[in-house]
Ligand binder design. Structure first.
Ligand SMILES: *[C@@H]1O[C@H](CO)[C@@H](O)[C@H](O)[C@H]1NC(C)=O
Ligand SMILES: *[C@@H]1O[C@H](CO)[C@@H](O)[C@H](O)[C@H]1NC(C)=O
Length: 392
């Protein structure tokens, strides 16, 4: 760290200069001595100015260049206050409690027959997580709806990964409504516009799948997986909220890195023709506690990390080429550190400071999707102690 050496060195030099001046100029007065005093002072000023100009200024500029984003994130609590809190609905579950009692515990009544359930996702390339998701939800889903595009949200071309690997998903084929949509490829446009465009197309596809009023519709990203028993509860109970957000446990890279339980974007809707719109933002105040898992960047291959980092809506985060270096990515994954070298996005200093640094390792693999544990050999990379990824 050359700039630290510079600072220490600077301190040392200027102290020495002071001493010299003190010695020479301290006791006596007179023309000759005051001349050397001026020289001393000049020398001092020179040194300090030089130090300032050639070490401190470039250091600061370089520091702001490297960490400007961090500084603005760290100061976020000053300019942004947290959104309004949710109405948290306690979630009761144990496999040996009857559905009638579970509904009652939530203040709801049990229905005579369950609602039909539709699960709709916008797909990019999350093959493994999609399998876990569909296997988890399989018993309760009437139609799986999947839309993919040949454009990423950031407007670069991509393959139709699902179409190319459709044979791996034979188990849902009889209940699958699949669609694809051509990208608009507008360079330099805000990625949220392409995303919104694809969500509108997904709305159409949901209708094609045959949804009708009061059917349940799950709106979430592929990696936001509601647990099986959560969906079973919601389809069996009457009086559940019209729009209900799901509080999911946030994981990073695998189930080894449990971040927090603050994921809230996933939601379940009692469908209303002409009113329900597919969205991924805050749509109501009600949220059900511990309703599943959100596994971000849970990929099998390093190349998938790179793809996702480039295709990500917040693509401005890839500020340096070295962020896409496979060796660096592998190290970051095993440490539980941040791929984009950023500070946690939080609303209070306490939370930011509490979450700085890598995510701690977790050694719990309890209450994870059942298909994952039943097929642990195939999905090792998602379990504690297996951070190494396939290259290429
Ligand atoms: C839970 O229910 C199952 C059958 O539904 C039964 O075999 C099992 O003994 C029950 N376990 C407990 C602890 O009550
Ligand atoms: C994307 O898909 C659309 C419609 O399927 C097609 O017309 C277009 O040529 C494709 N674009 C690219 C770059 O593959």
């Amino acid at each position: 760290m050359w700039w630290m050496m510079g600072e220490n060195g600077g301190h040392y030099c200027s102290k020495k200069t002071d001493d010299i001046c003190g010695d020479v100029c301290g006791q006596d007065s007179g023309r000759v001595l005051s001349m050397s005093r001026i020289k001393c002072i000049l020398r001092g000023v020179d040194l300090r100015t030089m130090l300032f100009l050639f070490i401190l200024v470039p250091t600061c500029v370089y520091g702001i260049y490297l960490h400007g984003q961090k500084i603005s994130y760290f100061l976020r609590p000053l300019w942004e206050s947290p959104p309004k809190g949710f109405n948290e609905i306690p979630h009761y579950y144990n496999e040996n409690v009857t559905m009638e009692n579970l509904c009652k515990l939530h203040g709801w009544r049990i229905r005579e027959f369950p609602r039909r359930v539709y699960d709709a996702v916008l797909f990019s390339n999350e093959m493994d997580i999609l399998t876990l998701r569909w296997k988890e939800l399989y018993p309760y889903i009437t139609q799986f709806i999947l839309l993919e595009s040949n454009s990423t949200f950031t407007g670069t071309e991509k393959l139709l990964y699902f179409a190319n690997h459709r044979d791996q998903f034979k188990f849902v084929e009889p209940r699958l409504t699949y669609g694809n949509i051509g990208g608009r490829f507008k360079k330099g446009e805000n990625p949220f516009i392409e995303e919104a465009y694809q969500r509108v197309a997904l709305d159409q596809l949901i209708k094609v799948a045959g949804i009708s009023d009061d059917d349940l519709l799950i709106m979430s990203d592929v990696d936001e997986i509601p647990s099986k028993h959560t969906i079973n509860l919601l389809r069996w109970c009457d009086d559940i909220p019209q729009v209900l957000h799901l509080r999911l446990r946030n994981y990073l890279y695998s189930f080894e890195f449990f971040v927090d339980d603050s994921s809230w974007r996933a939601s379940v809707h009692r469908y209303k023709m002409g009113k329900t719109r597919y969205a991924h933002y805050r749509q109501s105040d009600d949220i059900l506690a511990e309703a599943g898992w959100h596994c971000s960047f849970c990929f099998r291959r390093v190349s998938e990390f790179i793809f996702k980092m480039k295709a990500y809506s917040h693509f401005d985060r890839v500020r340096f080429k070295r962020y896409l270096d496979p060796e660096r990515i592998q190290k970051v994954i095993c440490k539980g550190a941040d791929l984009f070298d950023m500070l946690p996005e939080e609303y209070t200093f306490k939370e930011i400071i509490g979450k700085m640094g890598p995510v701690p390792h977790s050694y719990s693999a309890v209450h994870l999707p059942s298909y994952l544990l039943e097929n642990a050999d195939e999905y090792k990379f998602l379990l504690p102690g297996h951070c190494f990824r396939e290259s290429g």
